[in-house]
Every structure is written in C-alpha cells, then in structure tokens.
Write a protein that binds this ligand. Structure first.
Ligand code: ADP
Length: 769
C-alpha cells in the first residue's frame, strides 16, 4: 500500500469519524436540507433531499497499484484517461492495459494474452489481491433480506440476523463488467454477496455488463444492468430527436436542452435560421458547438461562430453530428467552467422507476473561462469540461480532498454555492426535474427496443441501468442537459506518473467515494429477495424500506450506510405524469406491432391501426392512409440511413400520429390535439376490447367533447406558439391527390419556434463568476 494512499485514507477516515473539515460542514448543511423537505421548489413541488456529505464511505481495502511503462506517453495517457464516458464500442476495443503492464506483483513482465485479459485486469487493479486475501472486516453488514413469509420483522435486529444467515447470498456474474469491475467487487464484498468472476454454468441473480445488454446474449433469467437500445437512444442525434419531440409538445418544460440541429440533414435549416436571427438582431453573435454523433470524451468537438465554419468531411458532406447552441454564460467557480456528472438508476421501465444518486462529481476546466471569441474558440481546456481532455493539461489538479482539485464531489460545489447565498435546494430540485423529464423522453423508444429483445411471455431477464447525466449550470443557475451516458465510467482509480514514463494506477478517493456507493446501492435495490418481499408491504412503506439503511444482519451486526440513491419516480408521478403522452402513442404502436421481435410497423399494421381506431372516413380514405404511411416512412428512412429494417419506426409513427391529430382537432394547440386523438383511439380500442364494434365517434363530434375531457386530464396549457394552431385542414391536406409530407413543415415550424425560445433565466443568485 503506498504511503500516499494510506495518508489519504487515514485523513478521510479521521475527517469522517471526527466530523472535521468541509465534509462535516456539508453534512450539517445537508442534514438541515433533508430535514426540511417542504422548502423544496415548485417543480417538482414535493421534497427532494439534496446531497448528503457521505454518500458512501470510501471502501476499506488494499489500494490497487499498477505500474505501466508507456512507450508513447501521451497516447497512453489519452487511452487510459478515457474516463468519464466509455461508449460501448470504444470500451470494448480498448483492453485496459494491453501488453504494457510491467508490475502487478507476480505478473511482473509477463505478456498478456487476450484470453487471460479479464483476469489479468483483475490483478492489475489489485482485485486479485482482494479476492485471494482474507476477508476483511469492512465495517458493513450484509443487506436486509426481508423474509418472504413476512413473519420476521426486518426492523428487529435479531430477526434480520437470522434471515441473513438463513438466506443464500445473491449471486452476481461479473465476467463482463470491464472497467466497473473494481467498484463492483468492492460493492459485492460490502454486501457479502457472491461474485462469479468468470461466469457460472447455472443462472446468476444479477449480470453486470460493462457495455451493453448484448454483452452476453444467453441470459434467460435474472437481472441485467443494461437495457437493450440504451446505447442507441443516447447517441447525440437520437437523444436530440427524443427531446425535440417532447419540446414540440411541451416547449416550456423541455427548455433545459440547448437548441440543436442534426447534421447534415438540417444544415440548410440551421444556416437559414442563424442568418435570420442575425438579420433581426445584429448584436447577436451566437456560438455553436459541434458534436459528432457517436463521439465521447470531447473527441471531435469544436466551436464555431458561423455556419460557414462547419468542417466539411468527404466533399460536401458533413459528418453525422449535432450542432448546438453554446451556453456562453456558464456558472464559474474560481473563474473555471465546470459540469456535473450525476448518476441515475433506471430501475425499471414498466412501471417507471427512477433513482438519483445524492452525490455526484464536478469536473473542472483547467484554463480560466472567457466568453467565446474568435481568438479563444480552440481553447479546449477553457470550454470543454471533459476529464479525459483536462487531465492532459499541465494545470490539472489531482486532489486527495473531495472538495478541491479538478474533480470534486458535487456536494462540495453545492456547499460552496450555499456559502455564497445560492438557493441550492432550488438548484437540486431543478436538476431532478431535468432528469425525470429526460428519462420520460427516452422511455417510449426504449420500450420498443425492450419488447423487440424481450417479448412479453418469452423467458428473459429484466433490466436496470445506471446512467451518467452531464449537466451544466448556467450563470443564472439554470441546469442545462449536455448529454446522457449509457456507460458512465465507474473507474475508481486514476493514472499517475511516478517517474518519467512510468505510470501507476492509484486510487482516486473522490471517484471511490461516489461510484462505489452508486453501484452498491443499485445492487441493494436490485436484491431479488428484497424486491419480492417489498411488494407485500404497503406502497408508502416500500420506498421507506428500500431506501432505508440496510440493517444489521451481518456477523458484526453493523450496518451499511444509508442509501445514496433516492427514488424520484414514481415518487413525483403527480408532477410529471402529464408529460407521458408519447408513451401512450407508443402503447398503440406496440399493440399494432405485435410481439414478433421487430421494431417497425408494416403498411398492414398501420392500416389496422387506422381501421381499429376508426380514423378513416369519407374525407380520409384508406388510399390516403397508404400515402401517409409511405410518405412518412420514406422520409424517416432517408434520415436514418443505417437502419436495415424496413417499415415505420416509432418516431415516424409519432410523426404520423401528430399529423392525424392536427388535421382532426385543428383548432387546438398541438399537445391537446395529440391528447384528444389519443383519447379517441384508446376509447375505440377499449370498446373493441369489450366487444362493442359500434363505438366509433363521429369525427366532428369528437373535437368539442374530447376537448373538455383532455383539458381535464392534462395540465393547463401554458404558452403554446400560434404556429401550432395553423395546421392544414383535412380538406386541404388530404383531398389533394399528392400528399405532401406533413412532417417537414411541422419540424421546420417547430424549429422556428425554438429559435425564439431562449433558455430563460429562472433564478438569480449571488454567484462568483
Ligand atoms: P462528449 O460526449 O464528447 O463528452 P459532450 O456533449 O459531453 O460530448 O460535450 C463535451 C463538453 O463540451 C461538455 O462536457 C461541456 O463542457 C461542453 N459542452 C457541450 N455542450 C455544450 C453546450 N451546449 N454549451 C456549452 N458547453 C457545452
């Protein structure tokens, strides 16, 4: 164990036990916040407890220590520094330390072959030591396993001890865990569960994948820590599309995502809109950030001030990317830009369950911030907060403290802001609201992927997933969503150069503090026994139990720390359920898609949908339905060139649905049009379910009747731009022999709308900048 690490560890432990220093003050502050939930903000109005000072104690263990000789130092750094985000493919293709490992105790100097790689990695990271060594007392007890017969009181320590002794440990297959392995091992050890590092012939309770659901395709039971389709959905273009659909329905609620355009398809639109905006206001000199679609860790990102500066790849074609309004007034601390990495657990899609880690990371730039100018556009250490980039700057500070340096805990930042008079409860509550809304935007498409991979009625695992939300605070404290990572790095060590060209992996206290807690508590929530037993408790007690400290069932009778994951959904269902409109459209889509494992609706399926929902009539013949199908499907196929499956995907279906809603309820704002049509469809299908074939409502009567119903169901309409009212009439659009695409004008006009939508200040604070 390095002296340095021991010192850090001792310091941390001392601070914790004596309650000294900043962490103690943070703890006090957070105690106050947790104790006064009613002060939390209007949206969501219910309580949200902010960050506790000690989400998790850093695990007690021998520090892993690895020396790496780097032939090419900067290359190696770059590779190993790929920290805060590991997209699946990249992670897959970059074995941890291929061939360059020189010091891992017994393995010193031995070549690493591919087959041995996973185990080798274990040793590299010191986990071999951990596995082989005697079981240390880690100060934690095994989790509570509520008795299935409920005859044992889980709050009774003796009973809980009995249960823990009686029960077989939960089994976790860690074979595919990749870079999360070390934090996972620590978590499993703290829980006293059983790890299967090279897999197991019989089924495990939990499978931990490092990249994707498909890391192992032979799982037919248990739980996998990845959802099918999550990587795809969180690519920059797809995330932008999903949020955009929500922005069309709920522009005010979804203004936390910067205006974005998808390239190359929207280049013209982008150019025109920017020129128009400049013509309207010559003082406007906006900056834009270009992000390659599949990029991560800042790769390929650059800033521009003029659409003409877009880099042209391969002739006139720009690479698939997102161009986004650059937030030029971020909140600064010590004159530095920083962002927030928050860990979010999607525990289940149906019913939707979301947890947020109360502790996160703040990653700082390493060059003082200046608003973008032509001169500083290329200063990545000033504008990009990526750890993987800034760690290469000479100014990067690796700190042993959780509240200083270039990577800190989010709670330490909140503490700093609170000391300057910022209303941090509002900040935290806005962040939670952003997270819930973002997940609501993603769920529809995720459900389609889920059903395709795990059709109802077929054997398969259930899924959960930890996501990494990257959030920027604007100077006015409004949180802005930058991106969501499907595979946030769970590494708990960082690389350090111990002598020229020789690098060591040393534990990173701040990463360990945050990440081990997130993994351990995710496991606790996924404990199959606890899940099963909880359902027999009344709902209000379920959350309390699942979120309560795991009680003393271990030999030492000690307890694990209280949960660092806080349930936010369904807890705040009331505030957010009105946003789940696209999910209702998705339910229709899935119904007509069937359960054969495909993700695209064929023309017959679309016709059946129209027929069963009684949406055709003399003004809207089945021939016109076919034209609509072809038109929308073609347009989406041209936008998604890589897709191999033919037919109408969910996004195209939503497009067609919006169009049908607009023409049928033309006098209403878009979201009411959509809700009204949904009610028509749902009522029709319900009637058919009851065997009432005559349940169709005459088209003209629905507008007024349904309108009042929908107003009752949805939230009061806030501001909806007038362009949503000016849709074409059924006569205009549908009696024309050639149906022009409904989607293009709708998209274009909603872009227009957003052009005038600024990310509005919601709160002012006395903040250093
Ligand atoms: P990557 O996946 O490559 O990390 P991000 O979308 O996270 O891509 O962007 C990288 C960094 O660029 C972010 O960490 C942030 O510092 C900065 N950034 C991204 N989008 C914006 C934006 N719209 N305004 C200001 N800064 C941004």
């Amino acid at each position: 164990m390095s002296d340095h690490y021991v010192k850090v560890k001792v310091q941390l432990e001392q601070m914790k036990s004596s309650g000294e220093g900043v962490e103690k003050e943070e703890a006090d502050m957070i105690e106050v916040l947790v104790a006064s939930p009613e002060v939390l903000v209007a949206s969501p109005p219910a309580s949200v407890s902010p960050v506790p000072a000690s989400c998790t104690p850093a695990a007690q263990r021998e520090p892993p220590k690895t020396s790496v000789t780097c032939r090419n130092q900067s290359k190696s750094r770059r590779k190993l520094g790929k920290d805060e985000k590991n997209t699946g493919t990249k992670q897959d293709s970059v074995p941890a330390l291929q061939g360059t490992i020189v010091a891992s105790n017994a393995n010193l100097g031995k070549p690493v072959n591919r087959k041995d790689h996973e185990q080798q990695t274990l040793q590299i990271k010191g986990t071999g030591k951990m596995l082989q060594g005697k079981t240390e007392t880690n100060g934690n007890a095994v989790p509570i396993h509520l008795p299935e017969d409920n005859k044992v009181d889980p709050h009774n320590k003796e009973d809980a001890n009995k249960v823990a002794k009686r029960r077989k440990p939960v089994t976790v297959d860690t074979f595919k865990a990749k870079t999360s392995l070390e934090a996972l091992k620590l978590s499993i050890r703290q829980l006293k569960w059983k790890e299967f590092p090279v897999g197991r012939r019989s089924a495990c309770d939990i499978y931990w994948h490092g990249v994707s659901f498909h890391d192992n395709d032979n799982i037919i039971s248990g739980q996998v820590n990845k959802f099918p389709g999550m990587i795809e959905m969180l690519r920059k273009i797809n995330l932008t599309r999903a949020v955009r659909t929500m922005q069309e329905l709920f522009p005010e609620e979804y203004n936390f995502y910067p205006r974005s355009w998808i390239l190359p398809e929207e280049y013209q639109l982008f150019s025109t809109q920017i020129s128009l905006a400049k013509d309207g206001d010559v003082s406007q000199k906006p900056t834009f950030i270009i992000k390659p679609d599949g990029g991560s860790q800042g790769d390929g990102i650059y800033l521009i001030r003029d659409p003409g500066d877009l880099r042209v790849i391969a002739g006139s074609h720009t690479k698939q990317s997102v161009v986004q309004e650059y937030i030029h007034k971020p909140l600064l601390i010590d004159k530095l830009k920083f962002d927030i990495r928050l860990y979010v657990l999607v525990k289940s899609l149906e019913p939707l369950e979301i947890y947020i880690a109360k502790e996160g990371l703040s990653r700082f730039c390493t060059e003082p911030y200046q608003e973008p100018s032509q001169k500083n556009l290329s200063h990545v250490f000033m504008h990009l907060t990526n750890y993987s980039l800034n760690v290469q700057s000479g100014n990067f500070v690796h700190s042993d403290s959780l509240s200083s340096g270039s990577k800190r805990t989010f709670s330490s930042v909140l503490y700093r802001l609170a000391s300057k008079g910022v209303d941090i409860k509002k900040v935290w509550s806005d962040i939670i609201s952003l997270v819930i809304k973002t997940i609501i935007a993603l769920v529809p498409e995720l459900k389609v992927y889920y059903q395709a991979d795990i059709p109802p009625g077929k054997p398969g695992p259930t899924c959960f997933q930890i996501l990494g939300f990257d959030i920027l605070l604007m100077k006015n404290l409004k949180p802005v969503l930058l991106e969501v990572n499907a595979n946030p790095s769970m590494r708990i060590e960082h690389e350090q150069e111990v002598s020229p060209g020789v690098f060591e992996y040393v534990p990173s206290p701040v990463d360990e503090e945050v990440k081990v807690g997130v993994i351990r508590d995710t496991l606790r929530l996924m404990d199959p026994a606890q899940k099963k037993s909880l359902t027999s408790y009344p709902e209000h007690q379920q959350e309390e139990l699942s979120g309560s400290p795991v009680r003393g069932a271990g030999e030492e009778g000690r307890v694990l720390p209280s949960m660092c994951l806080k349930q936010v959904f369904p807890k705040y269902t009331k505030q957010f359920s009105y946003l789940r409109t696209v999910e209702r459209i998705t339910a229709l889509f899935l119904r007509f898609l069937g359960v054969k494992g495909n993700m695209r609706l064929g023309p017959t399926g679309f016709r059946t949908f129209i027929r069963n929902c009684k949406l055709s009539n003399s003004h809207f013949s089945m021939a016109t339905v076919d034209i609509l199908y072809i038109d929308v499907t073609r347009r989406w196929a041209s936008m998604l060139p890589g897709s191999r499956e033919a037919g109408m995907g969910l996004q195209a279906f939503v497009e067609a649905f919006f169009y049908l809603a607009q023409r049928r309820f033309k006098s209403l704002p878009l979201r009411e049009q959509v809700v009204s049509l949904l009610e028509v469809c749902e009522a029709q299908l319900e009637n058919q379910g009851r065997g009432d074939p005559g349940g169709a409502l005459p088209e003209d009567s629905t507008s007024s009747t349904r309108r009042s119903v929908s107003c009752g169901r949805t939230q009061p309409v806030r501001t909806v731009h007038p362009h949503h009212m000016s849709t074409s009439t059924p006569g205009q659009a549908l009696s024309a022999p050639q149906l022009c695409s409904p989607a293009t004008p709708r998209r274009a006009s909603s872009q227009d709308y957003r052009l005038h939508q600024r990310l509005r200040p919601t709160h002012k604070g006395n903040v250093e900048n």
